[in-house]
Design a protein around this ligand. Structure first.
Ligand code: SAM
Length: 302
């Protein structure tokens, strides 16, 4: 069975859902406001005769018509970064402010880390962490190409991240863009589901719970933690939120999702979850012609 089919009971229009999972993904870029403005980029693209369209909910995102962004001058200059539309959501929901101290717990290869830096006007501190050295090289490369200077790169296991030696002991905000079973990336990488097993879903859920717990612990009272995955499995989404609500000092906060979404589910197979997970958002590929995604916003209450 195609693992995606297990989610049919959660989706209203299953035909549209399955059909969207088969289609390739549009090519989207984010304007890197550390080096350029949207106007400067669109002027340059117009001069090159490259076709693009602005994305309604975020004018820093452009969909390319045909030509890949990597062959354009604005990309060469680091004015653009290839980033899927839905992947721009978590940083926007985290809403980091200039001068703050922000932890990106699972940062590589850096799409969201560099977006956080840009949103902070490249001020304050972003700690871009990951536990995978190869992927951290990609993060560093992307950060350098995009001209990011407020970034400290760390290689730690997010589950027991230590702040020793940093000179501060808590973050203003934290992003956990967690490792996951990646079911929602099937449009970008059709072979993803060949590796799928329920055992992997359960083992990665345990890692997600550990990283998200640490993010709540390491964030100041009243601070914000955003949790996101690119998968549909409730075991990796609502169940993870339900777990931290039980074990850590935090609550789910409602947010306006600029993309069409449906609320998180409170029941899945034999499990039930805290009713506040309905304030989290499931984004299915057919709703906005994007990848699949899940996003939750937490406020630290300790
Ligand atoms: C969804 S990807 C992150 C994508 C990244 N946020 C971006 O937008 O470019 C998840 C990342 O989690 C990292 N990871 C897996 N286990 C981890 C752990 N225990 N601690 C920290 N990072 C971990 C993986 O290496 C992977 O790079």
């Amino acid at each position: 069975m195609n693992p995606i089919e297990r989610y049919a009971p959660l989706v209203a229009d299953t035909d549209a859902f399955f059909a969207a999972c088969e289609r390739p993904l549009p090519s989207v870029v984010r304007v890197n406001t550390i080096k350029a403005t949207v106007e400067r980029v669109t002027d340059a693209l117009d001069e090159e005769g490259v076709g693009y369209e602005s994305i309604e909910w975020n004018d820093e995102l452009l969909t390319f018509d045909e030509r890949g962004p990597g062959t354009t001058w604005p990309y060469f200059h680091g004015w653009l970064h290839g980033q899927e539309e839905v992947s721009a959501l978590p940083a926007m929901i985290l809403d980091p402010q200039p001068g703050e101290t922000v932890w990106d717990a699972c940062g590589a290869p850096g799409s969201k880390t560099t977006q956080l830096s840009a949103m902070m006007d490249d001020t304050g501190i972003v700690i871009g962490n990951d536990n995978n050295l190869g992927r951290l090289s990609a993060l560093r490369h992307n950060a350098e190409r995009l001209g990011v200077t407020n970034l400290m790169v760390t290689k730690q296991d997010g589950r027991n991240f230590s702040l020793n030696g940093f000179g501060f002991d808590e973050f203003d905000r934290a992003l956990v863009d967690a490792p996951c079973s990646c079911e929602g990336t099937v449009r970008k990488n059709p072979t993803t589901l060949e590796q799928w097993t329920l055992n992997h879903v359960h083992s990665v859920a345990a890692i997600q719970k550990g990283i998200l717990s640490r993010a709540v612990q390491a964030t100041k009272p009243g601070g914000v933690v955003v949790y996101s995955t690119c998968t549909f499995a409730p075991e990796e989404n609502e169940a993870v939120i339900d777990h931290v609500l039980e074990t850590e000092d935090c609550e789910v906060v409602a947010f306006d999702c600029p993309l069409d979404s449906v609320p998180g589910v409170t029941e899945w197979e034999d499990d039930t979850y805290d009713s506040s997970v309905t304030k989290t958002h499931r984004i299915y590929p057919h709703l906005n012609d994007t990848g699949g995604f899940y996003c939750a916003k937490l406020e630290v209450t300790k």
